[in-house]
Design a binder for this molecule. Structure first.
Ligand SMILES: *Cc1c(COP(=O)(O)O)cnc(C)c1O
Length: 344
């Protein structure tokens, strides 16, 4: 890896971050808080929340097996996707490389930050080699984006190729594992100690059933975490979110139960789709959704909308011609979808 100082934008490297009232007394005992211009009434909403979310991080550390000092928490993964651009990429100069097709936010954030986005097309099995990703890089490439299991294709990428990218690339490699709870593949979190240029993303929005509270996580070296903490909004994760996250994290067994149910439903749905006369194939998936190739995806999509059932039409995306992306729902929801398709 190139040194972090060489990778980071000079203005960010030298940035003196905002120091909040809560930061300055941190670590000492206190009873009376007259430091932050808060209203003393309307407890607990009157107080600023913990800017570093230490309680939530301690709980996540236990569940995910990563030390708290290697965890960043953001307002959804969205924040953890945007921050690397702001920390590493000089607008109009630097670029990033990403697999294609993949999650749309990597490109949106690149465009917002005026950073060139270099997509590298997956092969027919939705796989990529380290060689092909590295061939798209030049001396201004700061980040390589990998999503595994990938959205919208659903499959996991070959782990040895991901590791090879991390080993051979001098910049930052970000592996988005939003769907890893649904996969039997081991997470790359276990490799963090080996690779100072690796960032792994997780979210509470999928398996944890908490999309509404907006809590995303980045796992990385403590130097990268410190950089993110310096650039983020001081109170980026609000009190309600921190509380709700703690509650969810207190019962990881519930998540295991949901995942088991959803995986059973996923197999059942895939078998049902394969029997539909207008379904050509269902791609292998490691996520809580699957990609189905239809005879006419637009027609099927419109028909389903008329029935009040919404799936995602991915037809216009490269390699996904005539594909619908279907999220696995409850047994009843899934039955409604299958029943509607059988009557089409
Ligand atoms: C759904 C999803 C996320 C989650 O984003 P949040 O902002 O945490 O809700 C992240 N990455 C991928 C690839 C996703 O599909």
């Amino acid at each position: 890896m190139i040194s972090l100082e060489q990778l980071v934008r000079p203005n960010i490297w030298s940035l003196a971050p905002y120091s909040s009232a809560r930061n300055e007394y941190a670590g000492r005992e206190a009873r009376v808080f007259l430091d932050a211009n808060e209203n003393p009434y309307n407890n607990p909403y009157n107080r600023y929340p913990d800017p570093l979310q230490l309680e939530v991080k301690a709980a996540i550390s236990k569940v995910k097996g990563v030390p708290a000092e290697n965890i960043f928490l953001g307002n959804g993964s969205d924040e953890a996707i945007d921050l690397p651009y702001r920390c590493f990429c000089r607008p109009g100069i630097d670029n990033v490389v990403a697999i294609e097709p993949t999650y749309g936010m990597y490109k949106v954030c690149a465009d917002i930050n005026d950073v060139e986005y270099r997509p590298v097309l997956l092969d027919d099995h939705f796989q990529i080699t380290a060689d092909r990703l590295l061939a798209a890089c030049d001396e201004h490439t700061k980040i390589i984006w990998i999503c595994s299991p990938n959205n919208p294709t659903g499959n996991s990428l070959v782990r040895s190729e991901i590791v090879s990218v991390v080993e051979r690339f001098g910049g930052i490699v970000i592996v988005d594992e939003a769907y890893s709870d649904f996969s039997s593949q081991p997470s790359l979190r276990s490799e963090l100690a080996k690779f100072p240029n690796l960032i792994v993303l997780n979210t509470m929005s999928k398996a944890w059933g908490c999309a509404a509270i907006r809590l995303g996580m980045a796992f990385a070296s403590k130097e990268i975490i410190a950089l993110f903490n310096k650039v983020k909004y001081p109170y980026n994760v609000n009190l309600l979110t921190q509380r709700q996250a703690l509650e969810a994290l207190s019962d990881p067994f519930q998540v295991d139960k949901w995942v088991r149910m959803l995986l059973v439903e996923r197999s059942r749905m895939i078998e049902a789709f394969k029997l539909l006369p207008n379904c050509q194939m269902v791609y292998p998936t490691d996520a809580n959704f699957f990609l189905a190739k239809m005879d006419d995806a637009q027609k099927t999509y419109d028909y389903l909308v008329d029935q009040g059932i919404i799936v995602r039409n991915r037809s216009r995306i490269q390699l996904c011609q005539n594909c619908l992306r279907v999220t696995v729902g409850t047994k009843n929801e899934n039955n409604e979808l299958i029943a509607a398709l059988r009557q089409m």
